[in-house]
Design a protein around this ligand. Structure first.
Ligand code: NAP
Length: 315
């Protein structure tokens, strides 16, 4: 395993972290508790020391709480406040019980609050002063989110989607984030499995516990077709999964990649094969050319992500 600095926090995290949405059992289909625990143990055996969850990820926090018993000090534990009506502080107390821990290392707001919600940052900073959390974080969706944080908040770590298919908004702001010492966690680099080469444009997801069953046929077909434009990355790296995971690792400003993992076999690949490699400069140049070609129109780039975001936030 290779380790990287988590911004200015002083922590060193495995460059591949365990994305624990899937093991909650309601994102990518049901997952047996034993399988989830074995996947986490396999990740640890390869040196993974970072896990990212949220209380809205089904049973994920409960599974992690069980797993961390007796090994809490070996892991950097990240979870999120997702806007629960009882408020951030009460939600965190509940999460500490589920996670069976005294404090969380990284506590992230699941979106970037603005306007009337800005007091949430004060509450986050107060939790840090009280020692309930070690570092503050925010999960971001847009360039406007990043610019807002850079202009007026003191956040230790940001979490942003970044993949062959979605280079923005992160690519345009990586240097600015590094300049303020923010740790950068990358999510969704496999585009929910579509950047592994295993799904065709006609793929159908029947399981209601798989969030991809709520994707439209148009979204599935277009994501699978766009992914095919990066077949050359698979040829260069030996597999599409490896190329897609190593794309974000090719940027030194990225602290870690959160790879969504739900089985022991995936853990063996994600933590055993992915770390320690980056894409060659020539491959990165070709990637950029394809990304420019696929760039959506003005309407597509501004309107579609918002509609998609609203769709995904539906309960
Ligand atoms: N707003 C937020 O803060 C936010 C949003 C999303 C995610 N996240 C975080 O980021 C993590 C990762 O994000 P993500 O779930 O969107 O996606 P991802 O890493 O792009 O995709 C994960 C899915 O890809 C498939 N997969 C994983 N490893 C594989 C392998 N080696 N071979 C083939 N397929 C593989 C698995 O699903 P199948 O086997 O079912 O195909 C897995 O659940 C999450 O777990 C969570 O911690 C945060």
């Amino acid at each position: 395993m290779t380790y990287r600095a988590l911004g200015s926090t002083g922590a060193r995290v495995s460059e591949v972290g365990f994305g624990a949405w899937a093991i909650g059992g309601d994102a990518y289909g049901k997952v047996e508790r034993g399988d989830a625990l074995r996947a986490l143990a396999r990740a640890e055996s390869f040196g993974c020391n970072l896990v990212d969850t949220a209380s809205v990820y089904g049973d994920s926090e409960l599974v992690i709480g069980e797993f961390l018993r007796g090994r809490r000090d070996r892991w950097v534990l990240a979870t999120k406040y997702s806007g629960q009506p009882q408020g951030m502080t009460a939600t965190l107390e509940n999460q500490l019980r589920r996670l069976r821990t005294e404090a969380v290392d990284l506590y992230q707001i699941h979106w970037a609050p603005r306007g009337a919600q800005e007091q949430l940052y004060e509450e986050l900073y107060a939790l840090k002063r009280a020692g309930k959390i070690r570092w503050t974080g925010v999960s971001l969706y847009s360039t406007a989110d990043i610019d807002y944080l850079l202009s007026c908040q003191r956040i230790d770590v940001v979490q942003v989607a970044f993949s062959l298919l979605d280079p923005q908004p992160l690519l345009g702001r990586l240097r600015a984030l590094a300049a303020v010492g923010a740790g950068v966690l990358v999510r969704s680099c496999l585009k929910c499995g579509f950047l592994t080469g295993k799904f065709a444009a006609e793929a159908v997801f029947h399981d209601p516990h798989d969030q991809r069953s709520r994707w439209s046929r148009r979204e599935i077909a277009s994501t699978a077709r766009k992914a095919q434009h990066f077949a050359f990355v698979a040829r260069e790296c030996g597999s599409m999964t490896l190329g897609a995971a190593r794309y974000p690792l090719s940027f030194g400003e990225v602290s870690a990649l959160l790879l969504g993992t739900k089985t022991e076999a995936q853990a063996a690949f994600n933590f055993g094969e992915v770390p320690g490699g980056v894409l060659a400069p020539e491959v990165l140049r070709q990637v950029q050319i394809v990304q420019r070609r696929l760039r959506p129109s003005w309407i597509g780039s501004r309107l579609w992500p918002r509609l998609e975001h609203l769709w995904r936030r539906r309960p």
